[in-house]
Design a binder for this molecule. Structure first.
Ligand SMILES: *Cc1c(COP(=O)(O)O)cnc(C)c1O
Length: 372
């Protein structure tokens, strides 16, 4: 299809989702699909199998798709997996970990929230000690790439501590799955959550949970919500051959299939990881040359999004800097760190290449108005 007639984006999104998508992904939405017709449902089944194949070899996992943004999926997973007499431990080091704790509170799930601070990774040795002190905890949740800072948590070592203690392990890999190689089985995860509009580079509208079959099979009747019942959603898709219980985001699903095709064409997750890593390296090298400092040391930094410390200058204001960059074709992100330090963030996932980052660096240089 000739896509040149469609307008280009006025700016690229250097944000952690929604992010810049290709024209082919958007063009895939230009036809209508019947939510219960075989044409559409077979697309859903194929997609579920492809997601499982991305995450691990074999048949141990099944993919459940859920309407809504990523948070809906997290809520659906926590609210369905934790039994009525269970308790959840959340290992938090940022806003997204804190949000999982909030979900547990709203759902009335007993919660142990352990805060590691926003600028330190989750420490597996501390997790081991915590679990020994909390025999009542049945499920443990952690965020892989904590998008608040860009921190990458050691999900494999944490998984070992959780599995050695015999607990169920839930990983929010929202902003990393598809962009960083993850073998769900090898890290010991029982459920891994992500969404359409992050590293697989689709448009927003649904998320998915990759869950061990034996875990989801045991979850009938546990959910604290009707529409977010992950078990029922799974059962419906299994029995109905790809049927969603309630109206499916058909166009978004079709766009996501196009995004999966692009991921394959790029060479899979390993190649995408390389591109994102290069983007991030070019970004940090260039920003450091311009005098900016990162919040995190490189060893903890994900190749997804980077927090920069705001310039310590009385004339600097994020909004002015943001507006200048936007007129030059780049949208960056405000900071989310709640500790004393003021930051802004630049994402490098989506339809973004090292050449775009080079252009961004020129734009940043021209936008440093506080330097006179
Ligand atoms: C994006 C994101 C989510 C989900 O956010 P939504 O706004 O609901 O899509 C959850 N966790 C992490 C780590 C994320 O980056």
């Amino acid at each position: 299809m000739d896509l040149s007639c469609y307008p280009d984006n006025p700016y690229i999104l250097l944000t952690p989702g929604p992010l810049s998508t290709s024209k082919a992904v958007k063009a895939a939405m230009l036809r209508d699909w019947c939510t219960w017709d075989l044409d559409y449902n077979s697309i859903v089944q194929d997609l579920r199998a492809r997601l499982c194949a991305l995450a691990c070899p074999g048949q141990a996992f099944t993919a459940v798709l859920m309407q809504g943004s990523g948070t809906f999926c997290v809520e659906s997973c926590v609210g369905t997996l934790v039994p009525r007499d269970g308790a959840l431990m959340v290992l938090a080091n940022g806003a997204y970990g804190q949000r999982i704790g909030k979900i547990a509170n709203v759902l009335g799930i007993p919660l142990v929230l352990e805060d590691f601070g926003e600028t330190a990774p989750v420490d597996p040795a501390r997790v081991e000690a915590l679990l020994a002190r909390h025999p009542e905890v049945t499920h443990v949740a952690v965020v892989h790439c904590e998008t608040t800072t860009g921190m990458l948590n050691p999900i494999e070592a944490i998984g070992k501590a959780v599995k050695d203690a015999g607990r169920t392990y839930i990983v929010d890999a929202m902003s990393s799955f598809g962009g960083i190689p993850i073998d769900v089985d090898a890290i010991g995860a029982d459920a891994l959550i992500s969404s359409a509009n992050k590293c697989i580079q689709g448009v927003p509208g649904f998320g998915f949970v990759l869950v061990r079959r034996e875990v989801i099979e045991a979850c009938a009747g546990r959910a604290r919500s009707l529409s977010l019942d992950l078990y029922d959603q799974w059962k419906g898709m299994e029995q109905g051959g790809g049927k969603w219980r309630f109206t499916s985001p058909t166009h978004v699903v079709r766009a996501f299939v196009a995004a999966m095709d692009e991921l394959d064409a790029e060479g899979g997750v390993a190649k995408r990881f390389e591109r994102y890593s290069t983007n991030q390296r070019v970004l940090v090298d260039g920003m450091e040359k311009l005098g900016f400092k990162t919040l995190l040391p490189r060893k903890w930094q994900s190749p997804i999004i980077t927090s920069f410390i705001s310039p310590d200058h009385p004339d600097y204001a994020f909004k002015t800097f943001y507006d200048k960059l936007k007129t030059k074709g780049f949208v960056v992100y405000p900071g989310k760190v709640t500790d004393a330090v003021d930051t802004f963030r630049i994402g490098n996932i989506g339809e973004v290449y090292p050449a775009d980052i080079e252009r961004l660096l020129d734009a940043v240089k021209e936008s440093m108005y506080w330097q006179g």
